[in-house]
Structure formats: C-alpha cells, structure tokens
Design a protein around this ligand. Structure first.
Ligand code: ADP
Length: 265
C-alpha cells in the first residue's frame, strides 16, 4: 500500500484539513519490482565469483604461476568459484523451468518410508562431518503420489543445510508422521538456529541469514526457494521452526489419502 498526503491550507496559513490518498500497488507493479530485484540479485551473485576469479587469474598471469606453492592454491580457488557459478546457474535454470506455465510433475506412487530411508542412507554413507543420524520414520509402508526426482531434490536441499549448519558431534533427526490427509516430513538439527523474524524469509530467493558465512559454505541462496516451489507444486506446504542456539527443524507436508494397502491392522 502506498499513501500520498496533501495538506489543505487556507491563505491565512491555517491548516484545516488533510487528504490521504491510498493506492494499492497493483499486482503487475509488484511482479515488476520482484523481477528487477531478482535480476539485480542474480547479477550480484555472479559478479562476486567472477571478480574473485579475475584477481586470482591476474595474479597467476603476472607470475604467480611460477610459484609451486601458490599456483595450485590459486587454481583451486578459481575452480571452486567456477563450481559455485555452475551450481547457481543450474539452480536458476531449475527455477525458471518451474516458473514456466507448462511445468509438469512426473508423478508415480511411491512408498515414502522407503524413499526417505534411501535418501538418508545416501547421506549417511557420504557425509564428511561428524554428525549422528537418528531416524523416526513410520513403521508401515505409506504410499503418496509424487515426482520422485523433485522430492529427492527437496530432501537433498533440506538435509544438506542441516549438515552444513550442524555443530561437530551434533545429531540430525529425520522424522515422518501421518495425519488424516497429509504426511509431514521433518529434518531437525542442533545447529545455531534461525532468528524468529527470518523463519519465513529463508524460503525467499537469495535470502540468507548471514550472507558472508553462508557464501563461504558454498550455498547459492536458492535451495529452499526451489524446495518451496516443488513442495507447493505437489499441493503441500513447507515451513521452519527454530530455537536460536539450539537448532532448526525444517518440515514439509504432502497430501495423503489413506488407502487399503497401507494399514494392515
Ligand atoms: P543456501 O544455499 O544459502 O544454504 P538456502 O535457500 O538453502 O540457501 O537457505 C537459505 C538460508 O536459510 C541459508 O543461507 C541459512 O541462512 C538459512 N538456513 C537454512 N537451513 C538452515 C539450518 N538448518 N540452520 C540454520 N540456518 C539455515
């Protein structure tokens, strides 16, 4: 909402009125504003690794290439920056695909318990941090209609954040519960947490609680925005809960219809 105020003043100088005109910023103006902001963000995100690379390449060209100690280090930095740009461009392509009108899910019926378990297995095998895993999944097979590739990406993004922000020796708990018409999937960590005011913003494109720190961790700032789009495309919701200093839980829901095959009791 935007407000314009005009003061009604008599020739004598006395003020005898005030007119306030309230305009609703139109939907189109809002979209334009978001688009401009998005383009500015993308440019900034790409410029940072590019300028870093330029300085290291300049140093190499000016003679650092001859130094056997420095050169491999500088090359590694430019390589890492390149990787980050590739991740960023891939994330952007993913978002733009989802923005297009003919975006379609490729769904199939999947037992989410098994599906979730396998993804956790993969992280448990490849994790480099000293973090313990605990699983609190459902006992019985629970079938949902999902695009398995998309939900793999959703879980990848959430779980890699939980690992990224976990302290050494921390625990990550994987949960899954069933309600009447939905299942709720959660990943809980014991990291530093997220301030209350930022809990909803973390799902916005390029939003980061601590810009410098998360860039160092290699993130693009798009992981949760992509997860949100994908969960919503399935008719679900995504949210975060957190106690600062104690940890974060990121959860999402998926529509679920009780079918005969699910429950045997
Ligand atoms: P990034 O690539 O920066 O991780 P995301 O979209 O995945 O981007 O996350 C957005 C921001 O939300 C992160 O930069 C971080 O500040 C915050 N965040 C996400 N998950 C967690 C978590 N488990 N613990 C603490 N902060 C988190």
């Amino acid at each position: 909402l935007r407000a314009n105020f005009s003061i009604i003043q008599k020739e004598t100088g006395f003020v005898n009125g005030l007119i306030a005109v309230l305009h609703d910023i139109t939907e189109q103006e809002k979209i334009d504003m978001e688009r401009r902001e998005f383009v500015a963000n993308v440019s900034h995100e790409l410029r940072t690794p590019l300028t870093t690379m330029r300085s290291y390449l300049e140093a190499l060209a000016e003679g650092a290439w001859k130094d056997e100690e420095i050169a491999p280090n500088f090359l590694e930095i430019t390589q890492n920056e390149t990787e980050r740009m590739i991740r960023l461009v891939n994330d952007l392509l993913q978002l733009s695909k989802m923005d297009s009108k003919d975006y379609q899910l490729n769904t199939e019926w999947v037992d989410f318990v098994k599906f979730y378990d396998r993804i956790i297995d993969r992280f448990e095998l490849t994790k480099e941090q000293n973090v313990h895993f605990e699983r609190k999944l459902l006992e019985q097979a629970t079938f949902v209609e999902i695009d398995a590739d998309k939900l793999t990406q959703v879980l990848d993004n959430i779980i890699s954040n939980a690992l990224k922000y976990s302290p050494d020796g921390g625990k990550v708990t994987f949960m899954m519960i069933k309600e009447d018409e939905r299942i709720i999937v959660s990943v809980k960590d014991e990291g530093e947490g997220i301030p209350k005011d930022n809990l909803e913003k973390i799902f916005e494109r390029f939003y980061r609680v601590d810009k410098a720190r998360t860039r160092k961790l290699g993130g693009t700032g798009l992981g949760l925005a992509i997860a949100k789009e994908m969960v919503e495309a399935h008719g679900g919701e995504i949210w975060a809960e957190s106690t600062e200093g104690q940890g974060t839980t990121v959860s999402f829901s998926l529509p679920y219809v009780q079918t005969e095959g699910d429950d045997w009791e």
